[in-house]
Design a protein around this ligand. Structure first.
Ligand SMILES: [Zn+2]
Length: 137
C-alpha cells in the first residue's frame, strides 16, 4: 500500500489538481448525466442522435476536467480559473452596487471602471491608459 501511495504522489507531483472552474465543470457533468439519462428514458427514448449528443457532451466534459487536473502548465490553468472567477465576481459586484455605482468599459484598453452614479454627462479618465471619454449617469 505504501508503494502504491508513493507512486500516486509521484504521479500527481507538479500537476495542477483541482480548482473552482473544475469543480463547476464536474457539477455540470453530473447534472448533465442525470438530466440526460432521465430525458433519454422519457422524451428522447430510442432516439439514436440524442444518445450520440449525450455521449459527445459527457466525453468532452470528462476530457476537459482530466486534462486540466493533470496539466503541468500550472500558470495557464490558474489564469483560466482567475478569468472564470472574475467573470462572476464582476457580475456579483455590479448587482450589489447597482444603486451607487455604474460599471463602464474603457473602449481603448477594455478595463472595467467602477464609477460613482451621478446624473448627467461626465468626463472620465481611464486610470490604466489615461484615455478620456464621456459617460452618461
Ligand atoms: Zn483604458
Amino acid at each position: 500500500m505504501g508503494k502504491f501511495k508513493n507512486k500516486l504522489v509521484r504521479f500527481f507531483y507538479g500537476r495542477y489538481g483541482n480548482d473552482t472552474l473544475n469543480t463547476v465543470l464536474l457539477w455540470t457533468y453530473l447534472a448533465f448525466v442525470i438530466i440526460s439519462t432521465v430525458l433519454s428514458m422519457t422524451v428522447f427514448s430510442g432516439k439514436a442522435w440524442f444518445d450520440l449528443v449525450r455521449f459527445l457532451v459527457t466525453s468532452f466534459l470528462i476530457v476537459i476536467i482530466f486534462y486540466r487536473m493533470m496539466s503541468r502548465n500550472i500558470a495557464k490553468r490558474s489564469r483560466e480559473n482567475e478569468r472564470f472567477r472574475g467573470f462572476f465576481t464582476l457580475r456579483k459586484n455590479r448587482f450589489k452596487d447597482r444603486k451607487t455605482h455604474v460599471y463602464r468599459k474603457c473602449k481603448n484598453c477594455r478595463a472595467v471602471l467602477r464609477l460613482p452614479k451621478a446624473k448627467g454627462k461626465h468626463n472620465v479618465v481611464c486610470p490604466r491608459c489615461k484615455n478620456r471619454f464621456k459617460v452618461r449617469g
